[in-house]
Ligand binder design. Sequence first.
Ligand code: TXA
Ligand code: MG
Length: 339
Amino acid sequence: MAHLHTDVWKIDTLPDTQIEEAANQLKEGQTVAFPTETVYGLGADATNEQAVQAIFDAKGRPADNPLIVHIGSTDVLEKYVTHIPERASKLMDAFWPGPLTIILPSNGTLAKNVTAGLETVGLRMPDHPIALALLKTSELPVAAPSANRSGKPSPTTADHVYHDLNGRIAGIVDGGRTGVGVESTVIDCTLDRPMILRPGGVTQSDIEAVIGAVDIAPSKVKKDEQPRSPGMKYKHYAPDAPIWIVRGGADRMKNVAEEVAGRVTFLVSQERADELGVNDALILGSRDDLSSITSNLYDALRQIDQMDTDLVLAESFSKDGIGEALMNRLERAATKVIE
Ligand code: TXA
Ligand code: MG
Protein backbone atom coordinates (compact mmCIF):
# COMPACT_ATOMS: atom_id res chain seq x y z
CA MET A 1 0.00 0.00 0.00
CA ALA A 2 1.03 3.65 -0.49
CA HIS A 3 3.16 5.13 2.27
CA LEU A 4 1.24 7.59 4.47
CA HIS A 5 2.58 10.14 6.89
CA THR A 6 1.34 9.05 10.33
CA ASP A 7 0.65 11.97 12.71
CA VAL A 8 0.90 11.34 16.44
CA TRP A 9 -1.30 13.55 18.64
CA LYS A 10 -0.33 13.21 22.30
CA ILE A 11 -3.16 14.15 24.63
CA ASP A 12 -2.72 14.58 28.39
CA THR A 13 -5.88 16.45 29.36
CA LEU A 14 -9.15 17.31 27.66
CA PRO A 15 -10.30 19.48 26.02
CA ASP A 16 -7.47 19.47 23.48
CA THR A 17 -7.75 20.97 19.99
CA GLN A 18 -5.85 18.00 18.57
CA ILE A 19 -9.11 16.03 18.92
CA GLU A 20 -10.49 18.25 16.15
CA GLU A 21 -7.53 17.45 13.91
CA ALA A 22 -8.08 13.74 14.44
CA ALA A 23 -11.85 14.11 13.92
CA ASN A 24 -11.26 16.03 10.69
CA GLN A 25 -9.07 13.19 9.39
CA LEU A 26 -11.92 10.76 10.11
CA LYS A 27 -14.41 13.03 8.33
CA GLU A 28 -12.10 13.14 5.31
CA GLY A 29 -12.16 9.35 5.08
CA GLN A 30 -8.76 8.72 6.72
CA THR A 31 -7.84 6.07 9.30
CA VAL A 32 -7.02 7.20 12.84
CA ALA A 33 -5.99 5.05 15.82
CA PHE A 34 -7.32 6.03 19.25
CA PRO A 35 -7.39 4.67 22.80
CA THR A 36 -10.41 2.97 24.32
CA GLU A 37 -10.72 1.48 27.80
CA THR A 38 -9.93 -1.99 26.37
CA VAL A 39 -7.26 -1.67 23.64
CA TYR A 40 -6.41 0.89 20.91
CA GLY A 41 -8.78 0.84 17.95
CA LEU A 42 -8.11 1.75 14.31
CA GLY A 43 -11.01 3.99 13.35
CA ALA A 44 -12.66 5.11 10.11
CA ASP A 45 -16.04 6.52 9.10
CA ALA A 46 -18.38 3.50 9.20
CA THR A 47 -20.60 5.02 6.50
CA ASN A 48 -17.72 5.37 4.01
CA GLU A 49 -16.85 2.14 2.23
CA GLN A 50 -13.48 3.38 0.98
CA ALA A 51 -12.45 4.60 4.41
CA VAL A 52 -13.41 1.23 5.88
CA GLN A 53 -11.45 -0.53 3.16
CA ALA A 54 -8.37 1.43 4.28
CA ILE A 55 -8.70 -0.23 7.73
CA PHE A 56 -8.64 -3.71 6.16
CA ASP A 57 -5.63 -2.71 4.00
CA ALA A 58 -3.63 -1.17 6.85
CA LYS A 59 -4.16 -4.18 9.13
CA GLY A 60 -3.96 -6.87 6.46
CA ARG A 61 -7.31 -8.08 7.81
CA PRO A 62 -9.33 -10.76 5.97
CA ALA A 63 -12.35 -9.13 4.29
CA ASP A 64 -14.82 -11.59 5.84
CA ASN A 65 -14.08 -10.48 9.42
CA PRO A 66 -16.60 -7.76 10.40
CA LEU A 67 -15.72 -4.61 12.37
CA ILE A 68 -17.20 -3.21 15.57
CA VAL A 69 -18.95 0.17 15.16
CA HIS A 70 -18.30 2.67 17.96
CA ILE A 71 -20.94 5.23 18.87
CA GLY A 72 -20.98 8.14 21.30
CA SER A 73 -24.72 8.19 21.96
CA THR A 74 -27.53 5.62 21.91
CA ASP A 75 -29.75 8.12 20.05
CA VAL A 76 -28.10 7.20 16.73
CA LEU A 77 -28.73 3.45 17.09
CA GLU A 78 -32.04 3.42 15.25
CA LYS A 79 -30.26 4.76 12.16
CA TYR A 80 -28.29 1.51 11.85
CA VAL A 81 -30.42 -1.33 13.22
CA THR A 82 -33.86 -2.72 12.38
CA HIS A 83 -34.85 -2.94 16.05
CA ILE A 84 -33.39 -3.17 19.54
CA PRO A 85 -34.44 -6.26 21.52
CA GLU A 86 -35.37 -5.49 25.12
CA ARG A 87 -32.48 -7.51 26.51
CA ALA A 88 -30.08 -5.46 24.43
CA SER A 89 -31.46 -2.17 25.83
CA LYS A 90 -31.05 -3.54 29.34
CA LEU A 91 -27.42 -4.38 28.61
CA MET A 92 -26.81 -0.90 27.18
CA ASP A 93 -28.32 0.72 30.27
CA ALA A 94 -26.20 -1.43 32.54
CA PHE A 95 -22.84 -1.47 30.75
CA TRP A 96 -22.54 1.41 28.27
CA PRO A 97 -20.25 3.20 28.02
CA GLY A 98 -18.11 0.14 28.65
CA PRO A 99 -16.33 -2.96 27.32
CA LEU A 100 -19.39 -4.68 25.84
CA THR A 101 -20.09 -5.08 22.11
CA ILE A 102 -23.69 -5.92 21.28
CA ILE A 103 -24.58 -7.66 18.01
CA LEU A 104 -27.88 -6.34 16.62
CA PRO A 105 -29.82 -6.80 13.35
CA SER A 106 -28.35 -4.39 10.79
CA ASN A 107 -30.64 -2.32 8.55
CA GLY A 108 -27.95 -2.11 5.89
CA THR A 109 -27.28 1.65 6.20
CA LEU A 110 -23.62 1.36 7.18
CA ALA A 111 -20.91 0.64 4.61
CA LYS A 112 -21.26 -2.98 3.44
CA ASN A 113 -17.69 -3.96 4.27
CA VAL A 114 -18.14 -3.00 7.96
CA THR A 115 -20.36 -6.02 8.51
CA ALA A 116 -18.53 -8.21 5.96
CA GLY A 117 -21.85 -9.06 4.32
CA LEU A 118 -23.57 -10.23 7.54
CA GLU A 119 -27.11 -9.14 8.40
CA THR A 120 -25.96 -8.13 11.86
CA VAL A 121 -23.75 -5.35 13.20
CA GLY A 122 -21.64 -5.16 16.36
CA LEU A 123 -22.01 -1.88 18.28
CA ARG A 124 -20.26 -0.50 21.30
CA MET A 125 -19.99 2.74 23.26
CA PRO A 126 -16.43 2.87 24.63
CA ASP A 127 -15.74 4.15 28.14
CA HIS A 128 -12.76 6.37 27.44
CA PRO A 129 -12.85 10.20 27.49
CA ILE A 130 -10.68 10.51 24.36
CA ALA A 131 -12.69 7.96 22.38
CA LEU A 132 -15.94 9.65 23.42
CA ALA A 133 -14.56 13.12 22.55
CA LEU A 134 -13.51 11.87 19.11
CA LEU A 135 -16.93 10.30 18.48
CA LYS A 136 -18.72 13.44 19.61
CA THR A 137 -16.50 15.84 17.63
CA SER A 138 -16.57 13.82 14.41
CA GLU A 139 -20.32 13.08 14.75
CA LEU A 140 -19.62 9.79 12.99
CA PRO A 141 -20.22 6.14 13.73
CA VAL A 142 -16.62 4.89 13.81
CA ALA A 143 -15.74 1.38 12.66
CA ALA A 144 -12.72 0.25 14.68
CA PRO A 145 -11.06 -3.11 15.05
CA SER A 146 -8.04 -3.38 17.35
CA ALA A 147 -5.19 -1.25 15.92
CA ASN A 148 -2.66 -4.05 15.39
CA ARG A 149 -1.40 -5.69 12.20
CA SER A 150 -3.48 -8.85 11.72
CA GLY A 151 -1.82 -11.67 13.63
CA LYS A 152 -0.27 -9.43 16.33
CA PRO A 153 -1.65 -8.88 19.83
CA SER A 154 -4.05 -5.96 20.26
CA PRO A 155 -2.19 -2.75 21.18
CA THR A 156 -2.40 -1.39 24.71
CA THR A 157 -0.10 1.61 24.08
CA ALA A 158 0.33 4.12 21.26
CA ASP A 159 3.87 2.73 20.81
CA HIS A 160 2.42 -0.68 19.98
CA VAL A 161 0.22 0.96 17.32
CA TYR A 162 3.14 2.95 15.94
CA HIS A 163 5.25 -0.19 15.74
CA ASP A 164 2.60 -2.05 13.75
CA LEU A 165 1.03 0.69 11.61
CA ASN A 166 3.40 3.65 11.15
CA GLY A 167 3.24 4.68 7.48
CA ARG A 168 -0.02 2.79 6.93
CA ILE A 169 -2.52 5.08 8.72
CA ALA A 170 -3.15 8.85 8.91
CA GLY A 171 -2.69 9.28 12.64
CA ILE A 172 -2.55 8.02 16.20
CA VAL A 173 -4.19 9.74 19.15
CA ASP A 174 -1.84 8.88 22.02
CA GLY A 175 -3.80 8.79 25.27
CA GLY A 176 -1.41 6.61 27.25
CA ARG A 177 -1.95 3.01 28.27
CA THR A 178 -5.39 1.47 27.98
CA GLY A 179 -7.07 0.05 31.11
CA VAL A 180 -8.76 -3.34 30.71
CA GLY A 181 -6.03 -4.56 28.35
CA VAL A 182 -8.07 -7.18 26.47
CA GLU A 183 -10.84 -6.62 23.93
CA SER A 184 -14.51 -6.07 24.77
CA THR A 185 -16.97 -8.84 25.52
CA VAL A 186 -19.01 -9.59 22.37
CA ILE A 187 -22.62 -10.73 22.87
CA ASP A 188 -25.03 -11.70 20.12
CA CYS A 189 -28.47 -10.32 20.98
CA THR A 190 -30.11 -11.37 17.69
CA LEU A 191 -30.63 -14.90 19.06
CA ASP A 192 -33.59 -16.02 21.20
CA ARG A 193 -31.10 -16.73 23.92
CA PRO A 194 -28.19 -14.28 23.78
CA MET A 195 -24.75 -15.80 23.29
CA ILE A 196 -21.35 -14.53 24.43
CA LEU A 197 -19.10 -14.86 21.39
CA ARG A 198 -15.97 -13.50 23.05
CA PRO A 199 -15.28 -13.10 26.80
CA GLY A 200 -13.99 -9.67 27.84
CA GLY A 201 -14.18 -6.88 30.38
CA VAL A 202 -17.88 -7.45 31.15
CA THR A 203 -18.15 -10.96 32.61
CA GLN A 204 -20.80 -13.65 32.11
CA SER A 205 -22.03 -13.18 35.67
CA ASP A 206 -22.23 -9.38 35.20
CA ILE A 207 -24.44 -10.03 32.15
CA GLU A 208 -26.57 -12.76 33.73
CA ALA A 209 -27.30 -10.50 36.69
CA VAL A 210 -29.04 -8.14 34.23
CA ILE A 211 -30.74 -10.39 31.61
CA GLY A 212 -30.65 -13.93 33.02
CA ALA A 213 -28.99 -17.01 31.54
CA VAL A 214 -26.94 -16.64 28.34
CA ASP A 215 -25.05 -19.15 26.19
CA ILE A 216 -21.31 -19.16 25.63
CA ALA A 217 -19.90 -19.87 22.18
CA PRO A 218 -17.33 -22.68 22.14
CA SER A 219 -13.85 -21.12 22.12
CA LYS A 220 -12.68 -23.51 19.39
CA VAL A 221 -14.64 -24.31 16.23
CA LYS A 222 -14.27 -27.48 14.18
CA LYS A 223 -12.77 -27.30 10.71
CA ASP A 224 -15.35 -26.41 8.02
CA GLU A 225 -17.73 -25.12 10.68
CA GLN A 226 -18.84 -21.49 10.41
CA PRO A 227 -18.45 -19.78 13.80
CA ARG A 228 -21.00 -17.12 14.78
CA SER A 229 -18.11 -14.72 15.23
CA PRO A 230 -16.01 -14.79 12.06
CA GLY A 231 -12.96 -13.58 14.03
CA MET A 232 -12.90 -16.88 15.92
CA LYS A 233 -11.77 -18.90 12.94
CA TYR A 234 -8.54 -16.92 12.56
CA LYS A 235 -5.45 -18.02 14.38
CA HIS A 236 -4.92 -15.83 17.38
CA TYR A 237 -1.60 -14.22 18.08
CA ALA A 238 1.15 -16.50 19.35
CA PRO A 239 4.73 -15.29 19.90
CA ASP A 240 7.65 -16.86 18.00
CA ALA A 241 8.65 -18.90 21.06
CA PRO A 242 5.95 -21.41 22.10
CA ILE A 243 4.04 -20.76 25.32
CA TRP A 244 3.18 -23.67 27.61
CA ILE A 245 0.70 -23.02 30.39
CA VAL A 246 1.71 -24.91 33.54
CA ARG A 247 -1.23 -25.65 35.81
CA GLY A 248 0.74 -26.98 38.79
CA GLY A 249 2.60 -24.78 41.29
CA ALA A 250 6.15 -23.44 41.36
CA ASP A 251 7.72 -26.90 41.83
CA ARG A 252 5.99 -28.28 38.75
CA MET A 253 7.11 -25.26 36.77
CA LYS A 254 10.72 -25.75 37.90
CA ASN A 255 10.60 -29.43 36.90
CA VAL A 256 9.30 -28.63 33.43
CA ALA A 257 11.97 -25.94 33.00
CA GLU A 258 14.70 -28.41 33.98
CA GLU A 259 13.44 -31.08 31.58
CA VAL A 260 13.58 -28.94 28.43
CA ALA A 261 16.63 -27.89 26.46
CA GLY A 262 17.13 -24.22 25.57
CA ARG A 263 16.36 -20.90 27.19
CA VAL A 264 13.19 -20.73 29.25
CA THR A 265 11.33 -17.54 30.17
CA PHE A 266 8.69 -17.47 32.91
CA LEU A 267 5.51 -15.44 32.31
CA VAL A 268 4.16 -15.22 35.85
CA SER A 269 2.77 -13.24 38.76
CA GLN A 270 5.11 -11.50 41.20
CA GLU A 271 4.21 -14.18 43.77
CA ARG A 272 5.19 -17.02 41.43
CA ALA A 273 8.46 -15.27 40.51
CA ASP A 274 9.24 -15.07 44.25
CA GLU A 275 8.35 -18.76 44.75
CA LEU A 276 10.61 -19.67 41.82
CA GLY A 277 13.38 -17.41 43.14
CA VAL A 278 14.04 -15.95 39.67
CA ASN A 279 14.67 -12.29 38.90
CA ASP A 280 14.49 -12.34 35.10
CA ALA A 281 10.85 -13.44 34.70
CA LEU A 282 8.23 -11.49 32.74
CA ILE A 283 6.05 -10.33 35.61
CA LEU A 284 2.40 -9.54 34.93
CA GLY A 285 1.48 -8.21 38.37
CA SER A 286 0.07 -9.58 41.60
CA ARG A 287 -1.94 -12.81 41.42
CA ASP A 288 -4.46 -11.15 43.78
CA ASP A 289 -5.14 -8.44 41.20
CA LEU A 290 -6.28 -10.24 38.06
CA SER A 291 -7.20 -6.91 36.45
CA SER A 292 -3.59 -5.75 36.46
CA ILE A 293 -2.41 -9.17 35.19
CA THR A 294 -4.91 -8.87 32.31
CA SER A 295 -3.97 -5.28 31.60
CA ASN A 296 -0.27 -6.24 31.20
CA LEU A 297 -0.71 -9.44 29.16
CA TYR A 298 -0.47 -8.11 25.59
CA ASP A 299 2.54 -5.93 26.31
CA ALA A 300 4.29 -8.98 27.80
CA LEU A 301 3.42 -11.07 24.73
CA ARG A 302 4.97 -8.39 22.52
CA GLN A 303 8.09 -8.38 24.73
CA ILE A 304 8.57 -12.12 24.21
CA ASP A 305 9.31 -11.52 20.53
CA GLN A 306 12.11 -9.09 21.49
CA MET A 307 13.71 -11.68 23.78
CA ASP A 308 16.19 -14.42 23.11
CA THR A 309 14.11 -17.31 24.39
CA ASP A 310 13.14 -20.80 23.17
CA LEU A 311 10.18 -21.51 25.43
CA VAL A 312 7.81 -19.55 27.67
CA LEU A 313 6.29 -21.21 30.74
CA ALA A 314 3.16 -19.32 31.79
CA GLU A 315 1.31 -19.44 35.07
CA SER A 316 -2.31 -20.58 34.99
CA PHE A 317 -4.60 -18.00 36.59
CA SER A 318 -8.07 -18.20 38.10
CA LYS A 319 -10.95 -17.96 35.61
CA ASP A 320 -13.06 -15.94 38.03
CA GLY A 321 -14.39 -12.59 36.80
CA ILE A 322 -11.94 -10.97 34.36
CA GLY A 323 -9.82 -14.15 34.69
CA GLU A 324 -12.19 -15.73 32.14
CA ALA A 325 -11.07 -13.26 29.45
CA LEU A 326 -7.44 -13.37 30.63
CA MET A 327 -7.21 -17.17 30.36
CA ASN A 328 -9.14 -17.16 27.05
CA ARG A 329 -6.43 -14.94 25.49
CA LEU A 330 -3.55 -16.77 27.20
CA GLU A 331 -4.87 -20.18 26.10
CA ARG A 332 -5.20 -18.93 22.52
CA ALA A 333 -1.59 -17.72 22.56
CA ALA A 334 -0.34 -20.99 24.07
CA THR A 335 0.52 -24.22 22.23
CA LYS A 336 0.19 -26.56 25.20
CA VAL A 337 -1.29 -26.87 28.68
CA ILE A 338 0.66 -28.96 31.19
CA GLU A 339 -1.25 -30.37 34.18
O1 TXA B 1 -12.42 -3.85 22.72
C1 TXA B 1 -12.70 -4.01 21.53
O2 TXA B 1 -13.70 -4.65 21.14
C2 TXA B 1 -11.75 -3.37 20.51
C3 TXA B 1 -11.86 -1.86 20.67
C4 TXA B 1 -11.05 -1.12 19.65
O3 TXA B 1 -13.20 -1.47 20.65
N1 TXA B 1 -12.08 -3.80 19.18
C5 TXA B 1 -11.85 -5.06 18.74
O4 TXA B 1 -12.20 -5.27 17.42
O5 TXA B 1 -11.36 -5.93 19.43
P1 TXA B 1 -11.75 -6.55 16.58
O6 TXA B 1 -12.16 -6.26 15.21
O7 TXA B 1 -10.31 -6.80 16.82
O8 TXA B 1 -12.64 -7.72 17.11
C6 TXA B 1 -14.01 -7.73 16.79
C7 TXA B 1 -14.58 -9.11 16.95
C8 TXA B 1 -14.12 -10.04 15.85
O9 TXA B 1 -13.88 -11.33 16.41
C9 TXA B 1 -15.32 -10.06 14.90
O10 TXA B 1 -15.39 -11.25 14.16
C10 TXA B 1 -16.48 -9.91 15.87
O11 TXA B 1 -16.00 -9.04 16.88
N2 TXA B 1 -17.65 -9.30 15.23
C11 TXA B 1 -17.78 -8.02 14.76
N3 TXA B 1 -18.99 -7.85 14.19
C12 TXA B 1 -19.64 -9.03 14.30
C13 TXA B 1 -20.94 -9.50 13.90
N4 TXA B 1 -21.79 -8.71 13.26
N5 TXA B 1 -21.26 -10.79 14.18
C14 TXA B 1 -20.39 -11.59 14.84
N6 TXA B 1 -19.16 -11.22 15.25
C15 TXA B 1 -18.79 -9.95 14.98
MG1 MG C 1 -8.47 -7.68 16.85
